[in-house]
Design a protein around this ligand. Structure first.
Ligand code: ISL
Ligand code: CA
Length: 537
């Protein structure tokens, strides 16, 4: 416990700046808005704030298309505001984790503008080719855009040209960016799609329904070399950490990135548990199957050296809508999911609004969505002759805008006095921070208690993980350290369920305020946390 780092035992809270709090009523969240809510975050028990990009950007992908890494998007504020945020956070014992997007820049970055001249020294900052290959992108469709007589690669939108990491100058540029921010006292980086930044070859890929060509850039040796250099040349000189966003990784590929002896990243966000309710890609969702889900979670708990535990983020539907019940058992299932996420082994990540059980958006028509990925997918499905009512249904379930609706502070919203950039969910009238703060039985109050329990528990921070039961939508696992066992019991369904095992011990927390373990029925979405001391024989 003594030598456990803050990034292992702390609670990380992700803020999507555009949607968190608007201080100047232009309908867009901003840095001063975040500053005004630092006490709220401290009170919840947050230690680290992961800030989705606030750098200068044309907002084609809401900031994941950066045009100046060393300046702030004026919609969010100024560098002075950013310095104030870092300083005021530090005064409150909060740390800032920045989002580092180094697979690509915006096409409005000066590097790319100059790179369009084939004779420019910046030409090789990007990947240009006479003829496109057959790779397909993350937002569907082609990954090559023609300027002049050559094409440039973009695995995401055409306004997000991929950087050429075969060019050593990129390493210098990125180290400069990282040092600039670390010298300001930030606590590290969430590294966007970090395991696809090195392209070993531009050969055609094996035809596949999803990401043709990924075998040429996914988890390549060249990427490991880059990460080792960034670690030794930059990160190791600061009290800071990195969490990689690593699409499509296995536990082995994750360990190759995070084992201490690899000296690359400290942890990674995996996606396997996010892909249990889909057929080959996220737009074709299947009915959520808790048994499948818990088996994947349990595998990662036992095989990955360390886990970044999360149930949602700015790219995923809201976890209570997807894995719980945002209607009848809204409160119970939100608390059950919190208990899952905050008692697993690894660093817990909470996405803004999950602490009050915010749900998927209440979008009605397709033109209410703002996300570029959603519009690209809609256009593709339309071309594939999917009728509008099917497209609307698919997008309603999966669009990233579900997670990007403005934070619900009060009954009438409280995010802005202006017109919000994205529609505020009408259920803010009943799901909002103001009401949650006043109610000792609210989802927020449960999160707060759970965070306090976790932060005080060496067993939950450092204990081993052991699955005890994973069947019939019931997930039971234990965490053990020395002579203490903490057991998590979760009914991940809306049905009453018979306890499949007998337990004794002290109830640390229950989302039904259960007083003892004699009643052998688990209620819908019931979660129980039980602590027991065992005599070491
Ligand atoms: O949407 C997704 C979740 O299933 C992924 O395909 C996601 O686009 C992918 O994980 C990469 O996400 C990251 O990089 C993108 C950006 O749009 C996402 O917001 C960011 O999280 C490009 O920078
Ligand atoms: Ca604003």
């Amino acid at each position: 416990m003594e030598n456990t780092k803050l990034w292992q035992k702390g609670i990380v809270y992700q803020i999507y700046p555009r949607s968190f709090m608007d201080s100047n009523n232009d309908g867009i969240g901003d840095i001063q808005g975040i500053i005004s809510k630092l006490d709220y975050l401290k009170e919840l028990g947050v230690d680290v704030i992961w800030l989705s990009p606030v750098y200068k950007s044309p907002n084609d992908d809401n900031g994941y298309d950066i045009s100046d890494y060393l300046d702030i998007n004026p919609e969010y504020g100024t560098m002075k505001d950013m310095d104030e945020l870092i300083e005021k956070a530090a005064q409150k014992g909060l740390h800032i984790l920045m989002d580092l997007v180094i697979n690509h820049t915006s096409d409005e970055h000066p590097w790319f503008i100059q790179s369009q001249d084939s004779k420019s020294e910046y030409r090789d900052y990007y990947i240009w080719k006479k003829e496109p290959n057959n790779w397909t992108g993350f937002f569907s469709g082609t990954t090559w855009e023609k300027i002049g007589d050559e094409y440039y690669l973009h695995l995401f939108s055409k306004k997000q040209p991929d950087l050429n990491w075969n060019n050593p100058k990129i390493m210098d540029e990125v180290q400069n960016i990282m040092n600039f921010w670390l010298k300001k006292g930030i606590y590290g980086f969430r590294c966007d799609v970090i395991n696809i930044i090195y392209k070993t070859s531009l050969e055609d890929g094996k035809k596949s329904l999803v990401l043709t060509g990924s075998e040429h850039y996914h988890s390549q040796e060249g990427c490991h070399k880059i990460l080792k250099t960034l670690r030794s040349e930059v990160m190791d000189h600061y009290d800071a950490f990195t969490v990689g966003e690593t699409v499509l990784v296995t536990t082995k590929q994750a360990n190759d990135l995070i084992l201490p002896e690899r000296k690359e990243l400290n942890m990674v966000f995996a996606f396997e548990h996010m892909e249990t309710d889909q057929i080959n890609n996220k737009w074709f969702k299947t009915k959520f199957n808790p048994n499948k889900f818990m088996k994947v979670i349990s595998k990662w708990q036992q095989e990955a050296y360390w886990n970044a535990n999360y149930l949602g983020n700015h790219d995923q539907p809201r976890s209570v809508s997807r894995y719980g019940d945002d209607q009848k058992y809204h409160s119970e299932s939100a608390k059950m999911l919190a208990t899952l996420n905050l008692t697993l082994k690894g660093t817990p990540y909470i996405f803004e609004g999950d602490e009050i059980g915010m749900t998927n958006g209440d979008f009605v028509s397709l033109d209410e969505y703002k996300d570029i990925e959603t519009h690209r997918i809609n256009a593709l499905l339309k071309k594939m002759l999917f009728p509008q009512f099917i497209r609307t249904k698919m997008i309603k379930k999966t669009s990233r805008d579900n997670a990007r609706t403005p934070m619900q502070w009060t009954k009438d919203g409280g995010f802005t006095q202006g017109t919000p950039w994205l529609k505020v969910n009408a259920n803010t009238s009943t799901i909002n921070v103001e009401d949650n703060l006043k109610d000792s039985n609210s989802i927020y109050s449960y999160y707060k208690k759970l965070i306090q329990i976790r932060k005080k528990s060496k067993t939950l921070i450092n204990g081993s993980f052991k699955p005890l039961y994973m069947n019939k939508n019931i997930f039971i696992f234990s965490r053990t350290l020395d002579n203490e066992i903490v057991t998590t019991v979760l009914n991940m369904s809306k049905k009453n369920k018979k306890f499949p095992m007998m337990f004794t011990g002290d109830i640390l927390l229950s989302n039904y305020n259960r007083k003892d373990l004699s009643d052998i029925i688990l209620k819908p979405y019931e979660s129980i946390l039980i602590k027991k001391k065992v005599q070491n024989d």
